[in-house]
Structures are given as structure tokens and as C-alpha cells.
Write a new protein. Sequence first.
Length: 436
Amino acid sequence: MASPPDTSKTTKLERYNSYIRRVNSTKLLAASSKLLFRVTLLVALVLIFFFTFNYPPLSDTPTSAGHHVHTTSHLLSSAFYGSGASWEKEVRRSSTPRRPNGFSVLVTGAGGFVGTHCSLALKKRGDGVLGLDNFNTYYDPSLKRARQKVLKQHEIFIVEGDLNDGELLAKLFDIVPFTHVLHLAAQAGVRYAMENPQSYVSSNIAGYVNLLEVAKNADPQPAIVWASSSSVYGLNTENPFSESDRTDQPASLYAATKKAGEEIAHTYNHIYGLSITGLRFFTVYGPWGRPDMAYFFFTKDILQGKPINVYQTHDNKEVARDFTYIDDIVKGCLGALDTAEKSTGKGGKKKGPAQLRIYNLGNTSPVTVGKLVSILESLLNVKAKKHVIKMPRNGDVPFTHANVSLAYKDFGYKPTTDLSSGLRKFVKWLIEFFAL
Ligand SMILES: O=C(O)[C@H]1O[C@H](OP(=O)(O)OP(=O)(O)OC[C@H]2O[C@@H](n3ccc(=O)[nH]c3=O)[C@H](O)[C@@H]2O)[C@H](O)[C@@H](O)[C@@H]1O
């Protein structure tokens, strides 16, 4: 009988190999669980980032060509406009009308001068008002915040956001069936356009188009009333300015963007049946006004004993403006809203012709800048340190003068405040507000 083979060596070797395999597989297991852990962590982080910066949930913004756009800034900006049920509740509450057949109005630029006054007037008569404002720093935003506080006291909520945030706008229209948009958000100011031209393109053209894109897709489509400007008359020599006069010679980029807005309005009215009314405001002034405007900084400078520059034309003529008091402008805006017909389209499709209007809202009696200064001097009881200089070539026009017969005919617009009475109210407010 053969003896069994000696397996003692093989067994040692096998034991050794099996030991090595065990060590290797333990190492492999440890390494793969580490990898799995890291991958899981990464996925979790990506998901956390996605949901944090994208709430409320994404809804693509359709473009006119049916494309959908998503931008990074869009994604990020949306993170800041509040979230969840309480934010939506505020939006709904603010925009709900409190009178039978009341309007539900989205007021863009609600933290601005005209926006604040119009929002209050609409709310007072029982309309629902939702504000939108980006609180930019073109002028001291603390004044805008103070206006916001007043609106809050009257239960008007301002959503903080930019016109260029299509997703935010679409979200607002998803929540509220706005009957009207009062579009007052803009980059204002004639002279600043030489310093920061892109801001005019971004607000007055890109932002405006963004708003119209969302409005035309809305169901119901709102009627739109928006702020154009007397500056569109540019180098027009007719006097007074009528809506049928030439507006193809803008003297500033600001004026050019407002004129472009009027043409863009035609397009959206023509293709999508949006009802659109443009209002050409003439140098609006009054309490809560804009600190970048001459009447405002003249008053402050005169009170502080600082010199002021009074412009003259290059042929030594006085410069004049059809200064219009804020309460008259508010009446004009409400008149335009009240007579705006419904848009005829739905969800981006036109169903029939819609209303397209343009009106001057001015005071019908121009006053020279020299006279403005002398009124301020007597109201403040301080002599101004006046420097009369030639108007810099910065986009200013020599005079403005509104013919408002069209606005009178269509919605009874009739300015009632002369410059002295209006400035008296402004000065009173300014002294109280700044504790001067
Ligand atoms: O009606 C309009 O469409 C425009 O009215 C104002 O523009 P503007 O009339 O130029 O108002 P201010 O900048 O307050 O100037 C008023 C007058 O004071 C003059 N001015 C301005 C500044 C200055 O230092 N000195 C001076 O004499 C200007 O030439 C102008 O005649 C607004 O700033 C624009 O946003 C608005 O669109």
C-alpha cells in the first residue's frame, strides 16, 4: 500500500496564501467602504447645495422662441427671495384686493419715489398691491428702506428681487393672478447714463423685456402700465410736446432706453396681445423724492450753505422744466390703470388686438431752473450760492413742456399743484425726515 504524500509544506504555503488573500480583501473592503463613504458624502453635499439654492423649486423660464433659460445668477438669486409657506402667504395677502372687483397690482420699483406713492394710493382704495424692488445703491438705499417701512405699515409687502430674475417673476405670477402691472422699476437719471451706461441697458431694456416675457406667458395676462419719460422728446423743437411729435432724436442713453421701451411695448402688444400703456413723466418731484434730482440736492445744498450749479444753454438761455407734483402723477397712474383694457392673449398666444397707449403726464407750465432756485430760497429763507454755468454736454435737454390733452380726454388727467405749493410740501417733508 502506498504511503500518503507529505502535504506539510503545501499546507504551510496554502495557509500563508490564504492569510495574504484575507489581508488583501480586508484592505480592499476598507478602501472600498472609504470610497463609498466619500461618494455618498459628495452626493449629499451636492443635494444639499441644490435644494438650499433652489427653493422654491425650479420652473424654467420660457423665452419667446419657446426655449428655456437657466442662468447661474438666476439659481443663486432665487435663494434670497424668501421661502416656503410664510413667504407665499405674505405675497398672497399683500396682493389680495379688499374691494369688490378690486385690482391685484404688481408694482415694480415699489421702494422708489413714484412706486411708493402709487402703492399707497392703490392700497388705500382697496386694491391689492405687491411690490418688487432690488433696493440698488444708485442712491442711498436707506431712503428706499424708509419708504418700505411706510408701505409695511400699510400692509404692502415688497419682494426683494431683480427684474432680470425671470424665475422669481414667474413664481410671483404662479402665486398671484395679477390683473395689472404698474412697472416703475428702472435706472433713472439723465446724466448718470454717461457714467454707467450698462445699468440702463440692464434695467430699462433687459429687465423690461424679462417682465414682458413673463407677463405674456401668464394666464391671465395682466394689463401693463409703465413709466416712460419726457426725455424721449430729446431735441424736439415743437412746443408744447404732444404724443404725436418726433421722438427719434434722444439726447441721452437714458432717453434712448425709454424710447426703446416704447418700441418694445409695440412688439409685445402686436405679437402677444398684451395691453400696454406708457406714461411719459415730466420731472416728477415731491416728498419722498429722489435725492439725485436737482430740486432735492439744491434744497439740501442751500440749507448747508454749499454752492449749486445752475445750468444755462450754450446760447445763454435759461433751462426750464415742466416740474410735475407727485400727487398729480399718482392720479395719472391710477387713471391709466382704471382705463386699461384687459390683455387679449393667454399663455403666450394672442387672441385678438389689444390696447396700446402712450400719454404725457406733465404740469403744462414750465419753470426755469433759476425760478426753481428763487422759490427754494424764499421757502428756506436762505440765499443760495448760485454758480451759473453752461450746461455740460451730458444728455440734458434745454426745456420740457407737456401737452396733456390726450390724458385729460381719456382719463381726466388735470394737474392741480403749482411748483411753489409742491415745493413747500417737499421742503416740509425734507426738514422733518432728515431732522434739518
Ligand atoms: O422728466 C423726465 O423724463 C426726467 O426728469 C428728470 O430728469 P431732469 O428733468 O433732467 O431732472 P433733474 O436732473 O432734476 O434736472 C432738472 C433741471 O435742473 C438742471 N440742473 C441739474 C443739475 C444741476 O446741477 N444743475 C442744473 O441746473 C437740469 O439741466 C434740468 O434742467 C429725472 O431725473 C428723470 O429720471 C426723468 O425721466
